[in-house]
Design a protein. Structure first.
Length: 544
């Protein structure tokens, strides 16, 4: 057991496009390159000619700078265990754009990937092998994650929920940390079971192999113990730089934690809290976007566990357990809303919401929807969920269908969250969904361990002038990119002073999106407020 370990230190995509009479999956376009981002700094680069014809006065009003912000979770690798053409999608332009691609790596349940700050895929894994952005085997990654599950039991991707997670190594530009489990056959009371017996770590340098990446540190053992199958997740330390990596011991109440910093991995730390995890083959765990809460759902035990989490110490507290489910509920997925208030959990046939701000969180559980009995082509039962960069929550299907379910407004209470079954159509079958932590989470302002950013805290939000609004003009999505330590509210007003749209700018994100596709063409005023203080104001144009 390690107490302390030190280390030394896109091509074209086939995207989905709607057209009259159906969906065309084969139109090809390029993801934005670095040159595109430079060009985009001239306001309205892509729209300027048409805009000048229709709105000639806009040029005298606006001069908005476009920034290339964090897009680390923008590319989702999807699919099933069959070889050949597989679905994927990108959020680089704001809304999800499904496409198809031919790749060798198949997906079952385990699914992790990461992109660069332009939203271009770097590498991805199914827990058995790792592919670079060209879908070839990542250099020096052979024999990655060896074990019975990897080498014998599965053939096209591990069936372990949250079996691996990718973290950018703090204070580095090209290094990425990969944490993962496999499982072995274990005899318990004369019964053969399959459980992970260790958690391992590897490091990938994306600058190697002509920019394709190379595994430079492989299969470093972090702990030997009987662990749960998956439930591997992470959130940032309160200093906004380091990362807490969380796992769980099998058949006990013990959580394990590690702290990833620029040159060390500290741990394992352990804490006994919650319930024994005895049946763990299916289920999910997630942190809230602000890192203050953690939830786990367990399939066979039919329990929801909700904890507060201290980002300074890495300790859980205030355990809340909801076991008021029938034997046939079989819980599967969980995700928090962008504002970190609402927790969504589901079994195959039902979606529920908890209000974590309620005085009695467990009693706040509300049913949002029942499965609508649709097939595409198989039953579209609910499985696992993931919050996306468009502020929506996506739920994949148990049977590998050509659709995902969508919670459109997860910050809203009750059915106002607007859950749309089969809200996103896919070009091919998929029963997997990636697992991403909140890469944009910053320091916890005012906490005793927010020592890396003390100097920055001395200046006010106004003097930092840290909000960038683009594209301007906009047609579909308006993006806000910012670096702040306080929450704010972005409001959009028409020429009569009526508020037509708004979005909360939470300090634990670095960007937010606002859908302006349904607004009429014209000029709109915006303001960004913190409580009653106006931090920034200006104008944007909406064009069609």
């Amino acid at each position: 057991m390690l107490d302390h370990f030190e280390f030394r230190q896109l091509g074209h995509k086939t995207l989905m496009h709607k057209h009259r009479g159906g969906i065309d999956w084969t139109r090809t376009r390029s993801l934005p390159s670095k040159l595109d981002c430079k060009r985009a700094r001239v306001w309205g680069y892509y729209k300027i000619v048409g805009v000048m014809k229709r709105l000639p006065f806009i040029a005298m009003i606006f001069s908005s700078l476009q920034l290339c912000s964090q897009h680390l979770s923008d590319v989702w690798q999807l699919g099933v265990t069959l070889p050949g053409i597989k679905p994927a999608m990108t959020f680089v332009n704001g809304s999800p754009e499904p496409y198809i691609e031919t790749r060798k790596l198949s997906m079952f349940v385990t699914n992790a990937s990461i992109s660069d700050t332009l939203g271009q895929l770097l590498f991805y894994t199914n827990g058995q092998w790792i592919a670079n952005r060209n879908h070839d085997t990542l250099s020096n990654s052979e024999n990655f994650n060896p074990g019975y599950a990897t080498d014998v039991y599965y053939y096209a991707g591990l069936g372990i929920t949250e079996g691996t997670i990718i973290i950018p190594k703090p204070d580095t530009q090209f290094l990425y940390s990969l944490f993962y489990v496999t499982f072995e056959q274990v005899e318990v009371d004369d019964i053969i079971i399959t459980q992970p017996l260790h958690l391992s770590y590897s490091e990938i340098d994306i600058s190697q192999d002509s920019g394709m990446g190379e595994m430079t540190l492989k299969n470093v053992l972090l702990i030997e113990d009987t662990l749960t199958q998956g439930f591997l997740t992470a959130t940032k330390h309160a200093n906004g730089r380091d990362w807490w990596i969380i796992s769980h011991e099998y058949s006990t109440k013990r959580f394990y934690g590690w702290l990833l910093s620029p040159d060390t991995i500290e741990g394992p730390f352990s804490q006994w809290i919650g319930i024994d995890i005895d049946y763990d083959a299916i289920g999910q765990s997630n942190f809230s976007p602000d890192g203050s809460k953690y939830a786990m759902v367990n399939y066979f035990q039919n329990t929801v566990s909700i904890f507060n989490f201290d980002r300074c110490t890495g300790l859980f507290n205030n355990a809340l357990i909801d076991s008021n489910f029938t034997d046939l509920d079989w819980l599967r997925g969980c995700s928090f809303s962008p504002n970190s208030r609402f927790l969504y959990i589901n079994n195959a046939l039902e979606l529920f919401q908890y209000d974590t701000w309620a005085s009695d969180v467990i009693s706040s559980r509300t049913k949002i929807a029942d499965w609508d009995s649709n097939y595409n082509p198989l039953a579209t039962w609910f499985e696992y969920s993931q919050i996306a960069s468009d502020n929506k929550i996506y739920i994949n299907t148990v049977n590998g269908c050509k659709a995902m379910h969508v919670i459109n407004f997860p910050d809203s209470i009750g059915i106002a969250c607007n859950f749309l079954q089969q809200g996103l159509l896919l070009p091919k079958d998929s029963y997997t969904i990636p697992h991403f932590p909140n890469y944009d989470l910053g320091p916890l302002t005012g906490s005793p361990c927010d020592t890396l950013y003390l100097q920055a805290q001395n200046s006010s939000l106004q003097t930092q002038n840290c909000y960038r609004i683009y594209p301007n003009p906009a047609s579909n999505w308006l993006k806000m990119v910012y670096e702040t330590q306080q929450d704010a509210l972005f409001e959009l007003f028409d020429l009569y002073g009526r508020r037509v749209a708004a979005v909360s700018l939470y300090h634990y994100f670095k960007s937010r999106l606002l859908d302006v596709s349904k607004l009429s063409e014209g000029v709109y005023a915006y303001s960004i407020k913190n409580k009653n203080e106006v931090l920034q104001s200006g104008k944007v144009a909406v064009v069609k």
